[in-house]
Design a protein around this ligand. Structure first.
Ligand SMILES: [Fe+2]
Ligand SMILES: [Fe+2]
Length: 259
């Protein structure tokens, strides 16, 4: 875990950086929205458990949390969900139904604390409306990003992620080439299906985000990106016809281990 920082007024990042051997770092972010009804978006990685809970406590008293919004049930987003729900007794768990049911195979989720959302559904966090928006690419069928109509931030789950050379607190601090290559490579590797989609239909998914026009993109796997939505959507549009990224194999692992 790294030190929490402010992405914009009222939104804190609980950041971590997962080392990817031979490639760089994958940012792994959770977020606290200091809404009238405060919201935690995602719950970090289990490997960081103690540090994550400390970081969370440093930005908010967990008893004040009214919502925990899970973008999907992958382990790098649900790492501390049980601990968080324990220390945040006033919070409801907002998630896609299938995410809740899938997690229920591993631990007992209290259904009376759950709020099921499909893409397009909204909750009120007191001073703002949070709407479930499916990002154009997703590596898990339970994915719902969050659009916050007050801050005009889009919490995009794994979409717009990138493996980057070194940790950063803003995409402005990542070299343009590293950002472009990292994001295109991640989009391909994390969403291999993107190479099977019709360009026209994928274009509609990109258009939906273009129309939403978020001012800031808060990806689970990228430093905060202000004013870059159009640029990122143009970049994603190039991914379906590109050569698919190939994950490292055993030969690559042996080379990494020999270093
Ligand atoms: Fe994921
Ligand atoms: Fe992820």
């Amino acid at each position: 875990m790294d030190k929490p920082y402010q992405a914009m007024p009222g939104i804190k990042v609980l950041p971590a950086h997962f080392p990817v051997p031979g490639a760089g770092f994958l940012p792994v972010n959770a977020f606290v929205i200091k809404a009238k009804e405060p919201v935690l978006v995602d719950t970090g990685m289990g490997i960081d458990s103690d540090e994550f809970m400390k970081a969370l406590n440093s930005v908010i008293d967990p008893r004040d949390l009214k919502w925990v919004w899970l973008t999907h049930d992958d382990a790098d987003h649900t790492g501390n969900i049980q601990k968080v729900l324990e220390v945040a007794p006033n919070a409801r768990l907002a998630a896609y139904s299938l995410a809740v049911l899938r997690m229920s195979t591993a631990w007992s989720v209290s259904m009376d604390r759950v709020y099921w959302l499909n893409p397009g559904d909204s909750i009120s966090a007191g001073d703002r409306k949070l709407t479930a928006v499916r990002p154009p690419v997703f590596d898990n069928p339970t994915t719902i990003g969050v659009y916050d109509d007050k801050s005009e931030a889009f919490f995009s789950a794994d979409c717009f992620g990138a493996i980057i050379p070194s940790p950063a607190q803003s995409t402005d601090d990542v070299a343009e080439d590293d950002l472009t290559q990292g994001m295109a490579g991640w989009a391909s590797l994390d969403n291999p299906w993107v190479h099977m989609v019709k360009q026209s239909e994928f274009g509609q998914a990109l258009d939906r985000i273009c129309k939403l026009a978020p001012k800031i993109i808060l990806s689970g796997h990228l430093p905060p990106a202000t004013g870059k939505t159009e640029q990122f959507l143009e970049l994603l549009a190039t991914v379906p016809p590109s050569t698919p990224s190939i994950a490292p194999n055993q030969t690559a692992l042996e080379q990494i281990l020999a270093r």
